[in-house]
Design a protein around this ligand. Structure first.
Ligand code: S3P
Length: 184
C-alpha cells in the first residue's frame, strides 16, 4: 500500500451476537464495499457448518483455519470484514488484521448476548448446560483483549444496527480525512 493509497479495511470484532454480520452488511451497502464474513468463508472452504467443524475436528482445528483465513484476507483492500468472536485471541491474527485495517469493537454485555442468542444453536461454544455462565466467563476472559486490540469501541447495547453502522462510518471517514491531511 503506497503512502497516498488510504484504503483500509474496516474490521468488525467483538463477542458472539454483537451484530458483526448485520452491521457489516449494512456498512458494505452504505459504503459500496465488499463484505467478507470470515465464518462464512470458513464454512465455504470446508463445505460444512461451524458446528460440524467443531464436532468433527475440535476447536483447535477451527482456530488454525481461522488464523489461515485471516492471513489470506488481510492482504485484500477496501473490505468490510467481520471476524468471529475468538479470532482476535491470537496475537498474530491481530497483527495481520491491524496491518490493513481499522478494528472496530462492537461492544455488548452478557444480558444482551443472552437475549439475542435465544433459540439460536449455531454457536458450539455456547452449547452447554449453563450458557449464561459460559457467556459471562468467556466475556470476562476476552474483554480486556477486545479493548486492547480495538482502535475504536462502539456500543451495541439497546441500539439498532443502522445506528451502529452510521457511527462506524462516521468515525472511519474522520480517520481517513485526518490521514489525508497529514499526507498532502
Ligand atoms: C466464536 C464465535 C463465532 C464462531 C465460532 C467461535 C467464538 O462467530 O467463529 O463459533 O469463539 O467467539 P460469531 O462471533 O460471529 O458468532
Amino acid at each position: 500500500m503506497g503512502n497516498t493509497d488510504i484504503i483500509w479495511n474496516i474490521v468488525l470484532i467483538g463477542f458472539m451476537a454483537s451484530g458483526k454480520t448485520t452491521v457489516g452488511e449494512i456498512l458494505a451497502k452504505r459504503m459500496e464495499r465488499d463484505f467478507v464474513d470470515l465464518d462464512i468463508m470458513i464454512e465455504a472452504a470446508e463445505g460444512v457448518s461451524i458446528n460440524e467443524i467443531f464436532a468433527t475436528h475440535g476447536e483447535g482445528y477451527f482456530r488454525d483455519l481461522e488464523s489461515r483465513m485471516i492471513e489470506e484476507v488481510s492482504d485484500k483492500e477496501d473490505l468490510i470484514l467481520a471476524v468471529g468472536g475468538g479470532a482476535v485471541m491470537r496475537k498474530k491474527s491481530v497483527e495481520r488484521l491491524k496491518s490493513g485495517g481499522i478494528l472496530y469493537l462492537l461492544a455488548i454485555d452478557a444480558a444482551e448476548v443472552m437475549s439475542r442468542i435465544e433459540g439460536d444453536r449455531s454457536r458450539p461454544l455456547l452449547e452447554t448446560d449453563d450458557s449464561e455462565r459460559r457467556v459471562e466467563e468467556l466475556l470476562e476472559k476476552r474483554l480486556a483483549v477486545y479493548e486492547e486490540v480495538s482502535d475504536c469501541e462502539v456500543s451495541t447495547v439497546g441500539r439498532e444496527p443502522d445506528e451502529v453502522a452510521e457511527e462506524i462510518e462516521r468515525d472511519f471517514q474522520v480517520r481517513v480525512l485526518s490521514v489525508h491531511r497529514e499526507v498532502y
